[in-house]
Design a binder for this molecule. Structure first.
Ligand code: SF4
Length: 231
C-alpha cells in the first residue's frame, strides 16, 4: 500500500470533524500548481507507512478523532485503498476521500460498499482543458462521470476548485458549472502560489477577492451553495 504520510490530528480537512490525515503517493496528474510535488513526482523517496502501525495509531486516537481523511497524491490509484477503508470503518471512524475524480469506477465501488462519508472532488478547470494538467493523456470524460455519481448519490460531498489564474477564468467557471449543474456545494479556493510544482507559477499573482466574488456569483447560477475559501 502506497501510504507515504500520516498526521495525527487536524481540524481543517474534514468539515465539522476532527480527523487524522493519511497521504498516498503518486498521482495521474501533474497539476502545475500542485502543493505536494514530491508526493506526486517522486513518491518513492518516502518509505511506505506500514498498515499495521497506521491502524494502531488510529486505534489509539479513536476516542478523540471522528474520522480519517485520505488524501495524496491520488488515493484511488492504489488497488489496496478499499482494504484500508474497511479497516478504518471497522474502528468506527468516518472517512473523507480527497480525489481528482479520474477514477469514477473506483469511486462508484467505494460508494456502493458504504466506505465513504464525505468526498472532496477537485474540479480543476473546464473538463475540455484537462489536457493542460498532465504531460500524458487524460480521459476527459472521467471527471464529469465522477461528478454525476456524487450529484446523484447519497454521500455528503463538496466540489472544489482552486482558482489559479490562467486555469480558472470566468469561461472555465461557466464550463465547469455546465458539468456540475445541480450540485449541492461548490467551494472556490484562493490560489496560494508558493510551493507550486511548476516554477513559473510560484511568481503568479492570485486572482483578486473581487474576481473570486465575481466567479462565485457565476457559480451560484449552477449549484445550491457556493463557498469561498482562503480569502
Ligand atoms: S491531482 Fe492533486 S495531487 Fe495530483 S497533481 Fe493535481 S493537485 Fe497534485
Amino acid at each position: 500500500m502506497r501510504i507515504k504520510g500520516f498526521q495525527g490530528t487536524s481540524l481543517l480537512d474534514f468539515p465539522g470533524r476532527i480527523a487524522s490525515l493519511v497521504f498516498f503517493g503518486g498521482c495521474n496528474l501533474t497539476c502545475p500548481y500542485c502543493h505536494n510535488p514530491t508526493l506526486v513526482l517522486d513518491p518513492d523517496q518516502y518509505p511506505d507507512y506500514p498498515l499495521a502501525a497506521l491502524l494502531e495509531e488510529l486505534r489509539e486516537r479513536r476516542s478523540f478523532i471522528d474520522g480519517v481523511v485520505v488524501s495524496g497524491g491520488e488515493p484511488t490509484l492504489d488497488p489496496e485503498l478499499p482494504l484500508l477503508l474497511r479497516e478504518v470503518k471497522s474502528l468506527g471512524l468516518q472517512v473523507k476521500l480527497d480525489t481528482n475524480g479520474l477514477a469514477p469506477k473506483v469511486l462508484e465501488r467505494l460508494m456502493a460498499e458504504g466506505l465513504l462519508d464525505y468526498v472532496a472532488l477537485d474540479v480543476k478547470t473546464a473538463p475540455a482543458r484537462y489536457g493542460k494538467l498532465h504531460t500524458g493523456p487524460v480521459k476527459i470524460d472521467a471527471l464529469p462521470a465522477s461528478a454525476r455519481l456524487l450529484i446523484e448519490g447519497k454521500v455528503e460531498y463538496e466540489l472544489r476548485t482552486t482558482c489559479v489564474p490562467g486555469f480558472v477564468e470566468e469561461a472555465d467557471i461557466r464550463a465547469i458549472g455546465e458539468t456540475v449543474r445541480g450540485a449541492r456545494r461548490w467551494v472556490l479556493q484562493q490560489f496560494v502560489p508558493g510551493h507550486s510544482l511548476a516554477e513559473e507559477l510560484r511568481e503568479v499573482e492570485a486572482h483578486s477577492e473581487e474576481v473570486l466574488r465575481g466567479f462565485a456569483g457565476v457559480a451560484g447560477g449552477y449549484v445550491d451553495e457556493v463557498v469561498l475559501r482562503g480569502l
